[in-house]
Write a protein that binds this ligand. Sequence first.
Ligand code: ZN
Length: 437
Amino acid sequence: MLLRGARLLAMAGVHRNDAGVADLLVRGGRIERIGRSLSAPDAEVIEADGHILMPGFVDTHNHLWLSQMRGLFGRSEATRYFPLVERLGAAFRPEDMRVGTLFGAAGALAAGVTTTLAYCDNIRSPAHADAAIAGLRQAGIRARFLYTSHDGMAADEPVALDHLRNLHDGRDDWSAGGLIDLGLGLRTPRKDAPPAEFARAAHELSVARALGLPISTHISGENGPAQLDALIARGWLGPDMLLVHATGAGPERLARVRERGAGVSLTPITEHRVGYGLTRVNDYLQPLGRVGLGLDGALGGAPDMFPVMRTAHNVQAAGLGELSILPRRLLELATIEGARAIGLADQIGSLEPGKRADLILVDTRSLNMGPADEDSSALLVYSAGSRDVALVMVDGRIVKRGGRMIRLSEHATAQAAAHSLARIRRRAEPAPPSAPY
Ligand SMILES: [Zn+2]
């Protein structure tokens, strides 16, 4: 397939500083060549004049499974995020895990997110996990499935490690040819937690590391510093670990994180919405080597990386000035740096010959956009949204074209999510009191 005539934004590699009009040839799921006036007589040609061609976004953290709950949060005392997820999450059946994960992944894909880390923290049975993985497969997104707990589990109860091992051993059956990989979602205890919690976490970690699985863990809210202190004190940090939020870490703890090679996922929109404080990206970029951005799921609203970049930019600029972080840097965090943070930078995150063909075309000809020039970064960060993503390709396979999803019905996917939510809410309603007569 030959994408012809778009303005190139390669983000890294030999074409990093090319900002002209270029062609890109995809073969066998990989980027084969990038250049001017490429000829490939046997290839299907997609005319991309008026578009920006860039790598797909890398979403380093997302609770996709609860995507049908989008819009419910923060409307009243009863709809605060954590208690509502706990209450409705208990009423999810495997089919709801599939529907929610598919709905969230499809929405992310439609917005140009080609890779996501699905932190699946509602695994109430092996069937719940299998169903969520089925949703990822149906969507056709590149993903890491992070196996973790649910809100009803005791802090010293390990996740279903036998099922985790089975998934690892049988990954050829479900990984969609390697498009989906597996990891552990670790519940990190606070530094002052009881020994049984540490024993549970140590056991999970040893199993995951013996299998070579990457690890994501929340370091968040008021518990954040005490959780990070626990990881540092136990020597558990490592290059296979991604810390989500890293709230309140401060420069000294972040220096330890850097020494041990761990990455950080920042999700500015949800961090603000849930009250973790303002996310100042520069506080993490300066001490750390590996930082990515994340959508974090339904609490963040629309699964769209453009407003995540915009929010991160605004908070930084509001405190330190217009040029304190450049839009180009935000685009790096949302693509190549995100890929680096999750250990996939050798395969995705930039447009380079040899990498997997995960890419998007952003239409610049709509009323909210403007002409692209030699630096399209501010246009993308400040003007673009998911509606401008005209084409999305994952692993050489087109999932969105002409502004429409082509491998699934948008209407049917959204409707299945609405029906699932209605069933969940009915199940979660308290039983009516028995009649007095
Ligand atoms: Zn999270």
